[in-house]
Design a protein around this ligand. Structure first.
Ligand SMILES: NC(=O)c1ccc[n+]([C@@H]2O[C@H](COP(=O)([O-])OP(=O)(O)OC[C@H]3O[C@@H](n4cnc5c(N)ncnc54)[C@H](OP(=O)(O)O)[C@@H]3O)[C@@H](O)[C@H]2O)c1
Length: 269
């Protein structure tokens, strides 16, 4: 396992949910952790939670959809703390409505946050990683980045894009024979509030994950340089099921309750 001791770790959307838990976990392991988030209140709460444990986390307001703000925050951060060693692209949003019920601007917004922001943060931090021939980019995609789900067309599209982004960057790193590592993460639903109300038909196979479990698995996957983390394990079966005819695949998705999971979705209040 590699160490993050004294390494600079940046977690986007680190003010709440699994982002905050990953930030705390990296800090406990000796990382110098910085979080970017939209809300000062969420940043302050994360910083305070760390302080209570005797850890130091710092935070900056940075809207990852704002390309110029990302470049400017990156410059400020690098000037203050040096180059980023681990970039965790975790900020994300969900709309949770059917395609025709989703307002155009919300579709654009979700693509901005969940997909396009990955380009801006990578363009900000990858050059120094390549120059130093070390570093790690983590992309938090989703199980919804592997399978389409009724009621999540925009979210699925944005997370498929995130999965593809990570894979192409990984290939670029291979081609350059670079030691910059990548990890893509595809979790099933996590009980952070983002997907409040969703149901799973077979909780033994597809449990709604605890935030602390998901965050700790992601941090460990990074430390082990795992290229891909999918959780729970049952979700790996998607790759086998894709070998079946599409109509059989769709039947199995229906049977597993995938297409009804969003019927009771409330999301964050
Ligand atoms: N929860 C799940 O079931 C689940 C499953 C699979 C994958 N994921 C993915 O895991 C990641 C974390 O999810 P979570 O459940 O921890 O959600 P969360 O608690 O809602 O955390 C997401 C964080 O991202 C921040 N954020 C949103 N837009 C941003 C922007 N433009 N710039 C900077 N920060 C922004 C949010 O800030 P505000 O709160 O201030 O808006 C929030 O702090 C997301 O990428 C999500 O898609 C979640």
């Amino acid at each position: 396992m590699k160490s993050v001791k004294d390494k600079l770790v940046l977690v986007t959307g680190g003010g709440s949910g699994i982002g905050r838990l990953m930030a705390l976990d990296f800090a406990r392991r000796g990382g110098r952790v910085v979080i970017w988030d939209l809300s000062q209140k969420a940043i302050d709460q994360a910083v305070e939670e760390a302080r209570k444990e005797g850890l130091e986390i710092s935070g900056m307001i940075c809207d990852v959809t704002n390309r110029l703000a990302v470049y400017s925050c990156a410059e400020t951060l690098t000037g203050r703390a040096g180059p980023v060693d681990v970039l965790v692209n975790n900020a994300g949003i969900v709309n949770g409505k059917t395609l025709l019920d989703t307002a155009d601007e919300n579709i654009e917004k979700i693509m901005d946050v969940n997909s396009l922001s990955l380009f801006w943060t990578a363009k900000a931090f990858l050059p120094s990683m390549l120059e130093r021939n070390t570093g790690h980019i983590v992309t938090v995609s989703s199980a919804a980045g592997l399978v389409g789900i009724s009621g999540l067309a925009d979210y699925c599209a944005s997370k498929f894009a995130a999965f593809g982004f990570n894979e192409a960057v990984r290939m670029e790193m291979r081609r350059l024979r670079s030691r910059v590592r990548t990890t893509v993460v595809c979790p099933f639903f996590i009980n952070t509030g983002m997907f409040d109300g969703v149901k799973t038909r077979f909780p033994l196979l597809l449990p709604i994950l605890k935030p602390s479990y998901a965050a700790s698995k992601i941090v460990k996957a990074v430390l082990k340089n795992r290229k891909c983390l999918i959780m729970p394990r049952f979700v790996y079966s998607i790759f086998l099921l894709r070998l079946l005819p599409v109509s059989v695949f769709d039947f199995i998705a229906d049977f597993m309750g995938v297409n009804r999971s969003m019927e009771s979705f409330r999301g964050r209040s």
